[in-house]
Design a protein around this ligand. Structure first.
Ligand SMILES: [Zn+2]
Length: 341
């Protein structure tokens, strides 16, 4: 009787168990596919540079100015890389490269940075994984000694992103995760992470690493492609020099934000005649209304700012990285992929 009964319900139990197992497998598969790929996880140095106590934190409202010595010297190159970003900050013998333009800019950046006598990049920042920011990172990684790499925990399925991960892995390097409030020294300067999203966002721009740098009395803010959503989350200090967010797009640089930070100088990294119509006329007006002097890489080519911590000076080169006049000649092929702006 028992056996008979067992035999009659056994197929049902079996069916139920199979369905249950399949369901669980499906859930696990869905879960894994939403996770950071293993290859990225393997490259992350967990717990590095994550503040463990309050002494590592600097309030984003009261970023202290730093003390610089008499011979302190800061140089910031806003490279003309067309519709893209690449900024080299050199402070007292240390260097930080924020983004590395599009893929084709990689070799040009390597040549230019090498020509400055630089062999080591102390901090390499990929603000977010769009091609116009991480395009040349693999060339940089392959050609310089790299101390630390900061990138948000954000992934994309492009070949460009893959080649950056491969370059990091091949060189035995790792990605250092950063959090809002982390600070690090660059020469006599102090850099503070003002914004970063390490969770999946609706848009990769929102993951952008935003860096504030205090150098003596002077302050600088490098926005990556951060947007209004990011701007709204932070109480910002006023700054002297702003690298305008997202190539001057009106997705960024809200009136409230610009009024709060009141930049004296605004620098827009943008390609001439780009298909996005960057920079936005509204953003230009907003910046000039608050008294900012605006420099644009599409008009001025590579821009060099130098400072001793007390004053600063801006020079324009009127050439792109390849030595050609500005960028009017070189951005027709960089705007094809609208998802990678
Ligand atoms: Zn961009």
């Amino acid at each position: 009787m028992r056996h008979g009964k067992k035999r009659s319900i056994h197929p049902q139990i079996k069916g139920f168990v199979i369905t249950l197992i399949l369901g669980i497998l499906l859930i696990i598969a869905a879960f894994i596919s939403n996770q950071f790929p293993d290859e990225v996880n393997n490259l992350i140095e967990e717990n590095l540079n994550i503040p463990t106590n309050s002494s590592n934190m600097i309030s984003v409202n009261t970023v202290d100015n730093t003390v610089v010595s008499a011979d302190s010297k800061l140089q910031i190159y806003f490279f003309d890389v067309g519709q893209a970003d690449s900024i080299l900050v050199i402070a007292d013998g240390q260097s930080m490269l924020i983004d590395a333009g599009n893929n084709e800019d990689g070799p040009l950046l390597v040549n230019y940075i090498s020509s400055l006598g630089i062999q080591k990049i102390d901090y390499l920042v990929g603000t977010h994984p769009h091609e116009d920011h991480i395009g040349g990172l693999d060339d940089i990684i392959n050609n310089f000694e790299i101390e630390k790499i900061y990138m948000p925990d954000a992934t994309t399925n492009t070949a460009t992103f893959q080649s950056v991960l491969e370059a990091i892995s091949a060189k035995g390097l790792s990605i250092t995760r950063c959090e809002i409030g982390n600070t690090f020294g660059l020469g006599d300067g102090i850099c503070t992470i003002m914004s970063v999203e390490n969770e999946e966002q609706s848009e990769l721009n929102l993951n952008s690493i935003v860096i504030h740098m205090a150098y003596g009395d002077k302050t600088f803010l490098f926005m990556g492609d951060a947007e209004k959503t990011n701007e709204d989350k932070i109480s910002w200090p006023d700054v002297d020099v702003l690298k305008v967010g997202h190539h001057g797009s009106d997705t960024s640089s809200s009136e409230k934000f610009i009024d709060k930070i009141k930049p004296e100088t605004a620098i827009i990294s943008v390609g001439a005649n780009n298909t996005y119509s960057h920079p936005s006329a509204d953003v230009i007006k907003r910046l000039s209304d608050c008294g900012a002097t605006i420099y644009r890489t599409d008009e001025s080519g590579t821009i060099l700012l130098t400072s001793d911590g007390k004053t600063y000076n801006v020079q324009t080169f009127m050439t792109a990285l390849d030595g050609n006049p500005s960028t009017a000649n070189k951005n027709s092929n960089t705007n094809d992929n609208k998802t990678e702006e």
